[in-house]
Design a protein around this ligand. Structure first.
Ligand SMILES: [Zn+2]
Length: 347
């Protein structure tokens, strides 16, 4: 079938990518007909979303639980000062930017925390899952989902000046649990960006490595996949690639025990940055306007938009989302979090 005039116009934008022999016109057609879901659209997830939107991936979904803050802008390239000023959820701000980058593809922004309960709904139907998260609980949940459903996914992480990526193809390669579970410690990245910081350039590097692996998978060029864990340190200039063997006793890909997906390990209150916790609630819809009106007599600086409501009860700051989740800043104590949630938002 010859391309329609509309195809010809929409393909013109990708001419430099089509000229690249590894992709070509048939690869580009496949990329345009494929889909990917990015879990977390902060630094790495946002940069990956931008590269894949520009590359013409037909359908992209970005999922994020958080909102834009001024301290994000140093490395989170989809956001600007206006997004932070309006305290927009990252998924909403990301969708705005991505739609402005490429109006010819389908882009969805979902404000949610990926959990065992919603993993099927949020990840189902996508050819590829991409890691833009900042924690191992969520990565192992993605890994469980991907292994169980035989879906490829790409692990990507950065902290300080160091980053790693690994493409997981269930049944064919090691999975993340092969690599991080059953080892003393020190496998994977345990420090967080909230304790040791992170440089923008390593984010862009790791995101580039994740995105090119994604393009190979989406273009049908599995033969070109790197097949190794790549680790990079942009400060020291040291780059390494390591063969990761499958673990024949692996909980996930050998024994098929999906404990993260079954929710056994998912706590109700989770750490979320240096001085904050997230309070998960079984999905409930909150009327943010009514809650805001109620809080104005007891809390300070009550502000809300259609996605979230933020207020202060010194020394704490609480942000509550329409699905009932809340992020408490100013404490890491789960008991304090639960008590403030019950008092101000309601059980
Ligand atoms: Zn495994």
């Amino acid at each position: 079938m010859s391309p329609s005039p509309k195809d010809a116009i929409s393909f013109e934008g990708y001419s430099r990518q089509i000229l690249f022999l590894g992709i070509g016109e048939s690869g580009q057609r496949r990329i345009a007909s494929e889909s990917a879901v990015i879990v977390g659209c902060g630094a790495i997830g946002g940069a990956t979303a931008s590269l894949l939107a520009r590359a013409g991936v037909g359908r992209l979904r970005v999922i994020d639980r958080d909102f834009v803050e001024p301290s994000n802008l140093q490395r989170q390239s989809l956001f600007d000062e206006s997004h932070a000023r309006d305290f927009l959820p990252k998924a909403v701000a990301a969708r705005q930017t991505l739609c402005a980058i490429n109006s010819g593809i389908t882009i969805e922004g979902v404000v949610a925390d990926l959990t065992p309960e919603n993993a099927d709904d949020l990840l189902g139907g996508f050819a590829l899952v991409l890691d833009g998260t900042d924690n191992f609980e969520t990565r192992l949940l993605i890994n469980d989902y991907a292994v169980k459903n035989n879906r490829p996914w790409i692990y990507a992480a950065a902290v300080g000046s160091y980053g790693v990526t690994l493409t997981v193809r269930p049944g064919l390669t090691a999975c993340l649990a092969c690599f991080v579970e059953g080892q003393p410690s020190g496998a994977g990245i345990e420090e967080t960006c909230d304790t040791v910081g992170v440089l923008g350039p390593v984010v862009q590097l790791v995101s580039s490595l994740e995105s090119v692996e994604a393009l190979k998978l989406l273009a049908g060029r599995e033969d070109a996949l790197c097949g190794r864990l790549i680790s990079s340190d942009v400060w020291s200039g040291r780059f390494q690639s390591l063969e990761i063997a499958r673990n024949p006793g692996c909980r996930a890909c050998a024994r098929r025990e999906f404990s993260y997906l079954e929710g056994e390990l998912q706590p109700h209150v989770t750490m979320c940055g240096r001085d904050s916790v997230q309070i998960h609630e079984r999905s409930r819809r909150l009327d943010l306007q009514a809650l805001g009106a109620r809080l104005r007599s007891t809390a300070e600086s009550v502000r809300h938009n259609e996605f979230l409501l933020r207020f202060r009860v010194p020394p704490y700051e609480i942000t509550v989302f329409a699905d009932g989740r809340a992020i408490l800043k100013g404490s890491q104590d789960p008991a304090v979090a639960r008590s403030l949630y019950a008092r101000y938002i309601g059980a």
